[in-house]
Design a protein around this ligand. Structure first.
Ligand code: KMH
Ligand code: ZN
Length: 279
């Protein structure tokens, strides 16, 4: 039995915005609160259960402004039933203090990357002491972390984190394999299987493949029993030579493939129970 196997349904996560894409290059990228809420509602209707959120300022630049984050969490809770996950990764230029402060917006969940990784021409910094501080803050504030794993070494760091600091709030372990980042693990089936076999016993997991690895990773994850993350944070090309129309197109494709795989989209209440987010 492969680790984390055997859920009958597929939790679909939408990562609609990210911190890297410029609005002018992808006009459908949701960068205002209104655009984000509209995107979130459509995604929920199409089968998404969780939204991974990065926000932008009035110039559409990435920001970790606490006031805006709180406003975003409140609006998403008001207008949707989605599990709200804030990114603590931010942009590669964001200082650690700002990334820690994200948790004060009290989302249901937050991302927690388990190690430093080359990130294209940049470096996404996640040194051990920062990981520990962030993890302890999730435990204090009762926010469920999603462990972002860009490389196999990050899985070893996750084991160490759990061994030394105990289980996350809620007692469940949920991971996301982020594959195909230039500098991280490749987005292919054999790497996915190796990563899944190394996960902690009983962990749930989703996978996303960046850029052209989107489809191979999605199909491999479905066949091995994983959950899916999709969205314009990770993919701007729908098919060769065809730009993504919008986030909804990506959620709809994920829902369709999951249904074809006999693992239809997971209802939000089931996803809340799987992650053990605070009620
Ligand atoms: N934007 C990347 C540097 C996360 O959201 O936690 C980090 C990232 C991961 O997107
Ligand atoms: Zn992110």
């Amino acid at each position: 039995r492969v680790q984390g196997m055997a859920t009958a349904s597929t939790m679909i996560t939408l990562a609609p915005t990210g911190a890297e894409t410029v609005k002018a290059d992808a006009p459908a990228l949701p960068v205002t609160l209104e655009e984000l809420v509209k995107t979130a509602k459509a995604a929920q209707a199409a089968g998404a259960a969780l939204i991974h959120v990065h926000i932008r300022d009035e110039k559409y630049e990435p920001t970790l402004d606490l006031g805006r984050l709180k406003e975003t969490v409140a609006a998403l809770r008001e207008e949707t039933d989605l599990i709200v996950q804030l990114s603590t990764g931010g942009a590669v230029t964001d200082p650690y203090e700002d990334r820690l402060r994200v948790l004060d917006a009290l989302p249901d969940s937050c991302s927690l990357t388990c190690g430093t990784v080359n990130f294209g021409h940049d470096v996404f910094m996640n040194p051990w002491p920062f990981m520990v501080e962030l993890y302890q803050k999730t435990q204090e504030l009762e926010v469920v972390p999603e462990f972002e794993l860009f490389d196999l070494g990050h899985i070893a760091a996750l084991h160490r984190l759990l061994d030394e600091y105990g289980l996350p709030y809620g007692g469940k372990i949920h991971c996301d394999l982020v594959m195909g980042v230039p500098g991280g693990m490749p987005g292919d089936a054999r790497t996915l299987v190796a990563a899944v076999q190394a996960l902690p016993e009983g962990a749930s997991w989703s996978a996303t493949g960046i850029g052209r690895t989107t489809l191979p990773v999605m199909l491999a994850a479905l066949s091995v029993g994983g959950h899916l993350r999709v969205g314009m944070e990770d993919t701007l090309t729908y098919a060769k030579g065809e730009p993504v129309r919008d986030n909804l197109q990506l959620v709809e494709r994920a829902a369709k493939l999951a249904t074809l795989a006999q693992r239809p989209p997971m209802p939000i209440e089931e996803a809340r129970a799987m992650l053990a987010v605070k009620e």
